[in-house]
Design a binder for this molecule. Structure first.
Ligand code: SF4
Length: 429
């Protein structure tokens, strides 16, 4: 099976680092029986081996079933994972039983330009083969609903292009900018806010394209915080990441740098010792990691987060609230408390942005408030993210809280606590 067109691969590989070429899956025979995976998962033991990166029982079963002959070393090579990503429904048919709705995502439409498909073999190993309602499957496998345009949906719902003084920069708040350094992601989320810009060139834009952005940041002394995002910045080669961080760190007024990424979740093998060594040179460096569901908290993700946390990178999570995926207090409780165990502090819970074809993911805003109410007081405060609506049209993030105030009059504040009991506070100053 050919996993990636030559054009796609050559444009991407031209941006890659010069490294030993790991063997590609292209041209090798793929096992076609889904039953084989179940048989391999049922194997109790994985022979102990010394690996650079852990290989969970689940990953090993998937590797043996669908990439026979590929070594564990290659599986753990992030560039092998990218080269062998699943990028078409035909490829997914070899590993999943697809529903009519999923098969329907192959239609041609003049109205909607859907996001391309990309799922790393590692992330594919977490997807249920037969359960089309499995949460993480819904986030990366396209369905026909993506072609249904609903009222209020827009390809750039946050109007980032209107707040862009130079290419790749979004400057909305006075002291910080968003630097969109690539349009490439290791996996394309079906609800992506930046669907207007991601995956357009199927490769990185390259370091020359950042010059206007770097000059803009150099010229505005009010910018003390740069959030590097995209696309996924950690999908870029080490040398490009190093170049970017070095140039930003050399700007005296840039006090902190943040990276927004989903790579530790969909391609944890990317968090190599080499990239960690690069990142730790440019502190204070923060990382916001895009998590969606507790099924993502695997042995491999734990290793990736440990490496980053041990390197002194403060980790926060960002989660989009999605219907039928994580719109449930118990799922969120497992996700948020699980993240704390990985040393990732839950940061934002986002109301889903109205991007084209996303209505099937949308929850009422009250659902987010119910989830916060179901967390606050019931789990450690550290496990409660801020629920925010990113205001369409460029209004920025607006936090929402359940209403705990019952009455507030005559110097007395009457509050309802997490158990529903009423308490008064003398507000007399
Ligand atoms: S990783 Fe982020 S930028 Fe990439 S598709 Fe997902 S939400 Fe969009």
């Amino acid at each position: 099976m050919k996993m990636q067109s030559d054009d796609e691969f050559s444009s991407f590989s031209s941006e890659r680092e010069e490294e030993d070429e790991p063997p590609s899956f292209q041209g090798q025979k793929l096992m076609t029986t889904a039953e084989q995976l179940a048989a391999n998962i049922n194997r109790k033991q994985i022979p102990p081996r010394k690996l650079e990166f852990p290989l969970s029982i689940n990953s090993n079963a998937f590797l043996q079933s669908f990439f026979p002959g590929v070594s564990e070393k290659d599986w753990n090579n992030w560039q092998w994972q990218l080269r062998n990503s699943f990028t078409s429904i035909d490829q997914l048919k070899r590993i999943l039983f697809l529903s009519d709705d999923e098969m329907g995502s192959m239609v041609d439409s003049d109205d909607v330009d859907p996001l391309p498909l990309r799922i790393t073999p590692y992330y594919a190993s977490l997807i249920s083969q037969g359960n089309v309602n499995q949460a993480i499957r819904k986030t990366v496998v396209p369905v026909f609903d993506e072609f249904i345009l609903s009222e209020g949906e827009a390809s750039d719902p946050l109007s980032e292009e209107r707040s862009s003084p130079v290419s790749h920069i979004v400057h909305r708040y006075p002291d910080r900018v968003l630097f969109l350094v690539t349009g490439f992601c290791a996996a394309y989320c079906r609800y992506c806010t930046r669907s207007h810009m991601v995956a357009k060139n199927k490769c990185h834009v390259g370091i020359k394209a950042w010059e206007a952005g770097l000059n803009y940041i150099r010229s505005d002394k009010n910018i003390r915080d740069v959030l590097i995002s995209g696309g996924d910045p950690l999908s870029m080669p080490d040398s490009h990441i190093q170049y970017l961080l070095k140039n930003l760190r050399e700007i005296p007024h840039v006090e902190m740098i943040r990276i927004g990424t989903k790579i530790p979740v969909v391609l944890p093998q990317r968090i190599s010792k080499n990239i960690v060594a690069i990142l730790k040179k440019y502190h204070p460096l923060y990382m916001s990691i895009h998590f969606t569901h507790p099924d993502e908290l695997t042995t491999e993700v734990q290793e990736a987060c440990s490496r980053l946390a041990d390197a002194g990178v403060p980790l926060g999570s960002q989660t989009v609230l999605l219907r039928g995926v994580n719109d449930d207090v118990e799922i969120m409780r497992r996700l948020m408390t699980g993240l704390l165990k990985l040393r990732v502090r839950p940061y934002y819970l986002y109301q889903c942005d109205p991007v084209p074809g996303s209505a099937h993911f949308k929850t009422p805003v009250s659902k987010g408030l119910d989830i916060i109410r179901g967390l606050r007081g019931h789990v450690s405060g550290y496990a409660v993210p801020q629920f925010v609506v990113d205001a369409p049209g460029g209004g920025g993030k607006i936090p929402l809280l359940p209403d705990y105030v019952e009455r507030w009059s005559n110097g007395e504040l009457c509050l309802r606590n997490y158990r529903g009991d009423l308490h008064t506070y003398p507000d007399t100053v």
